[in-house]
Design a protein around this ligand. Structure first.
Ligand code: KIV
Ligand code: NA
Length: 265
């Protein structure tokens, strides 16, 4: 079957269905997730944390996004692949956003870009869409603005939050956003937004009323060794599997049990 397109997610939403998204940063993992049926894969700027070992996403560059995005596209056949525009690549002007968005799509083969921000980015989304770049808008908690938001916090807890988030989401939809992603938003607020929009929504720490869900795979599948956010469910412990394999391999080498005759020429 052909690769997923935005129209398919629109159909899923209209039919009352769901779809799944995982982050991904390399071709081998991408091929595994693609074969598992993952509808969408995100090259998140979370690669700054999980791949590059940094404490935030702020240092991730366009070159980083291009390198990892190419790898994920190469590993997939079916998944809809999207990537973040990194901090500093789109905020200065509509023109900068269009140049960065076009470059990321052109050099990698991804199907959409994602940008963090609210209604102030409606003109950027409009211009990107006009230029042929599909845009996923990311609202709620936006990690690139952690220093303005005062750390990792649930957004939209104020009394009028639901209404304000709905209004903002409608403006982003109107600007041409093809999906809306919400991070760390109360479940009822995210549900109200999904209900108000015709485009699909994707949630992370946003309850189960969104059309889709996304998680950082290293967090959900147990590769991240540090603390993972409370909204993450542990589906596997890949870290354990790797640790056991590394320990066993090393012991075999030290005992001169590897390689044995079966693994020698
Ligand atoms: O960078 C990322 O992985 C993301 C998701 C957490 C939504 O933006
Ligand atoms: Na991100």
């Amino acid at each position: 079957p052909a690769r997923y397109r935005t129209v398919h997610f629109q159909q899923i939403k209209e039919a009352g269905g769901k779809f799944a998204m995982l982050t991904c940063y390399d071709a081998m993992t991408a091929a595994i997730f693609d074969d598992a049926g993952m509808e969408t894969l995100l090259i998140g700027d979370s690669l700054g944390n999980v791949v590059q070992g940094q404490s935030s996403t702020l240092g991730v560059t366009m070159e980083d996004m291009i390198t990892f995005s190419k790898a994920v596209v190469a590993g997939t056949k079916r998944a809809f692949v999207l990537a973040d525009l990194p901090f500093g690549s789109y905020e200065a002007s509509v023109q900068q956003a269009v140049e960065s968005g076009v470059r990321l799509v052109k050099e990698t083969g991804i199907s959409a870009i994602k940008i963090e921000g609210g209604v102030e980015y409606a003109p950027h989304i409009k211009a990107l869409t006009a230029a042929g770049v599909a845009v996923v808008a990311h609202t709620g908690f936006t990690p690139q603005s952690e220093h303005v938001l005062g750390g990792f916090r649930v957004q939209g807890r104020q009394d009028d939050a639901a209404q304000r988030m709905v209004e903002e989401a409608l403006a982003l939809q109107e600007a041409g956003a093809t999906m809306l992603l919400m991070e760390m938003v109360p479940a009822d607020v995210a549900g109200a937004v999904d209900k108000a929009l015709t485009i699909p929504t994707v949630g992370i720490g946003a309850g189960n009323a969104t059309t889709g869900q996304v998680l950082v795979w290293q967090d959900a599948f147990g590769l991240s060794q540090g603390r993972v956010p409370s909204f993450v469910k542990q589906y596997a412990n890949v870290g354990d599997v790797l640790s056991k394999a590394a320990t066993q391999y090393r012991e075999d080498v030290l005992k001169a049990e590897f390689p044995d005759a079966d693994h020698s020429f």
